[in-house]
Design a protein around this ligand. Structure first.
Ligand SMILES: [Zn+2]
Length: 100
């Protein structure tokens, strides 16, 4: 596959990586007594007001965690910038009021 057609792994992903533990439903399975549940690592996210999950392949987990971390860092920086802008506007407003 050429580089231009390959889908790059996303740099940022919204959601949380969580480990789910559950029974599979097979009565004879080791999970049936509730002691040894099946574990799967999923990305949990909300869309259209619903919580959803998508199963992650073992080789995806570290990359997804990193992308979630990048998203959160970017979101936090954006929030800081927005708050700084708000504070600056309020300061200007107060200074203008004092000058009158
Ligand atoms: Zn099972």
């Amino acid at each position: 596959m050429s580089k231009s057609t390959r889908v790059e792994f996303p740099r940022m992903i919204r959601g949380s990586v969580v480990v789910q533990r559950r029974r599979c439903g097979t009565p004879t399975c080791r999970c049936a007594d509730g002691e040894q549940l099946h574990e799967s690592t999923v990305l949990s996210y909300s869309q259209d007001g619903r919580n959803r999950t998508v199963m992650l392949a073992p080789e995806e987990i570290a990359k997804v965690r990193a992308a979630v971390q990048r998203y959160r860092a970017a979101q936090s920086r954006l929030e800081d910038q927005g708050n700084a802008g708000l504070a600056a506007l309020l300061t200007r407003r107060a200074a203008a009021r004092r000058a009158r």
